[in-house]
Ligand binder design. Structure first.
Ligand code: PHE
Length: 538
């Protein structure tokens, strides 16, 4: 039976609700609405919209149905001979403490104090240390099951909601489940469908076969006049067209690239993920004992472990500058190691690309130039909501005579202005390779607060002079003051703000929401401003 005939026979008995019918008969909801709308348009049916509130399970609520409630999982996670509370908490992360409270409330577990040897000693010492205030360490607890079996009432309630019988539960129970974010109220829209003025005529003359379009055969047989054609529904929105779209990071990247190109910037070559410590750190006057060069922060390569091709002359200059300085500096004053410098790594920032580019362009006659790059960098980070071990950086620099902090502020304001930001603040900061250095903050109209968007500065002579040594820039700069202003930021951070993504991990791999990619607005970093203005008008 076609959907149309189902609708017609149902409505003959009594008016019906579209959601209920689609669930009862397992008819695809969209197809049902399509058929209904078409009949409504021909006045065969009358449809009234109905808005109702429905209580449904949230994602965590649904998870409870399959994996059990957090409190029951915690109960079963306690082995027969008990477990230390700290260990149990580790397994449950952020949910640990509230779930523990829940278990205690249900009377499912009991706890016993245990004291470590250190704490016992501490206690003994205490009378002598009366005057001093020492931070008290909380004693760990040992947890045991208090009952053999549990009766998980919360799970029972959730099942009732899953079966759409929430009216069986009282308000207090529902409020508790809501507070625990296991259930939520959603608004559903459906249609109440009844017979329209043309219903009788339509159903009695049903034998008429409605044609949707003029066909070749009808013309050949010249019988098209005897067919009844269905009316066009010009109000129908039609099927959305399919098409590819950019992943959010790439979308923001393309917008940033556009901003740079409009401002006359050239793109740097970023094809080296594997870089030597020399170009990533040493050439940037970053001392070898700098914490960022630790294996905890940087991924060092096992194979090939060492870089072979580093320009000898330049290396000597960099070594001297680190050890004893020059160009008005006293250097870092330590024994510089070539071995350390040759260690290969996954580049930790795209400033490594800038240092290489500066060396390259200094071999040609000087002209003022602007460069940018947008590509991947790597840091040995523990992954969490705001950190990835692999992310993207945007980098820009300008080389010219007598550039000042004013130029830097101006160019940054122009660049970020193109991305939709207007108000900026600059705060003094520190980088081994820039002096002065500034953190950049922008006022985000959508979030209504200042957010940090990047880092910047004027490259130090200790970085630039060794790079220019023996090049054409070196001769040129005898009479002029060549300077380089630069800035950098991550691509992920503005992308998260733009698309209101709370967890950076949702920007990569299979967790990217494809609907968001399709429906997301054209990337304008300050875009919510318009929304706010419109709201104010109301
Ligand atoms: N490399 C810096 C970072 O990784 C950014 C930066 C670039 C700072 C250029 C100053 C100048 O955060």
């Amino acid at each position: 039976m076609s959907i149309e005939s189902v609708i017609l026979s149902k409505v003959k008995e009594s008016p019906f609700d579209t959601r209920e019918l689609s669930e009862k008969l397992k008819i695809d909801y969209n197809k049902l609405i399509q058929a209904m709308k078409s009949l409504e348009y021909n006045n065969v049916l009358e449809c009234k919209i109905k808005v109702s509130n429905e209580i449904v399970l949230t994602e965590s609520g649904k998870k409870c149905l399959t994996a059990g409630t957090p409190e029951s999982r915690m109960f079963y996670a306690i082995p027969e001979n008990g477990i230390k509370k700290s260990e149990l908490m580790k397994q449950f992360g952020r949910e640990g403490q509230p779930t523990f409270g829940q278990c205690m409330k249900c009377g499912w577990i009991r706890s016993e104090k245990i004291e470590t040897k250190e704490q016992e000693k501490e206690k003994e010492k205490q009378p002598q240390q009366k005057g001093k205030k020492k931070k008290k360490q909380r004693p760990d607890l040992m947890l045991f099951r208090k009952v053999e079996e549990i009766n998980d009432l919360v799970l029972e309630d959730l099942k009732i909601i899953h079966d759409r019988m929430s009216e069986k539960l009282n308000k207090k129970t529902l409020d508790i489940l809501k507070r625990r974010k296991l259930i939520t109220t959603i608004q559903t829209k459906s249609f109440v469908v009844s017979k329209g003025p043309e219903y009788e005529k339509y159903t009695t003359t049903q034998k008429i076969e409605y044609q949707t379009c003029l066909k070749k055969g009808m013309l050949q047989k010249n019988n098209w006049k005897s067919h009844t054609f269905k009316k066009y529904n010009f109000k129908s929105l039609g099927v959305p067209t399919q098409g590819g779209s950019l992943q959010p990071i790439l979308k923001v990247r393309s917008e940033m690239r556009k901003a740079f190109l409009e401002m006359g910037f050239e793109e740097m070559k970023t094809n080296r993920y594997v870089e030597s410590s020399f170009w990533n750190f040493d050439a940037l006057f970053q001392p070898q004992q700098h914490p960022a060069r630790d294996a905890h922060d940087t991924f060092f390569m096992k194979n090939p472990k060492k870089a072979k091709q580093i320009p000898e002359e330049l290396m000597k200059k960099v070594k001297t500058t680190h050890e004893i300085g020059g160009y008005g500096s006293i250097g870092w004053r330590y024994k510089w190691s070539e071995d350390e410098s040759r260690k290969n790594l996954l580049r930790t920032h795209t400033t490594a690309v800038s240092s290489r580019t500066l060396r390259e362009i200094s071999k040609e006659p000087f002209r003022p130039r602007r460069f940018f790059s947008i590509d991947r960098v790597f840091r040995n980070e523990t992954l969490d909501a705001t950190h990835l071990a692999e992310f993207h950086q945007v980098e820009g620099f300008i080389i010219d005579k007598n550039l000042s902090l004013g130029d830097l502020i101006g160019v940054i304001s122009e660049f970020f202005g193109k991305l939709g930001m207007e108000k900026f603040k600059f705060k003094a900061a520190y980088n081994p390779y820039t002096e002065p250095s500034m953190e950049i903050f922008a006022f985000h109209n959508g979030l209504n607060k200042w957010i940090e968007i990047g880092n910047s500065g004027i490259f130090r002579p200790e970085m630039l002079q060794p790079l220019f040594s023996g090049t054409r820039f070196n001769d040129y700069q005898e009479d002029v003051n060549l300077s380089v202003i630069a800035w950098g930021l991550s691509v992920e951070r503005p992308t998260m703000i733009q698309y209101q993504i709370q967890d950076i991990r949702n920007l990569v791999g299979h967790t990217v929401d494809l609907q968001m990619v399709k429906k997301g607005p054209i990337c304008r970093l300050g875009f919510p401003r318009k929304v706010i203005k419109e709201k104010k008008k109301e």
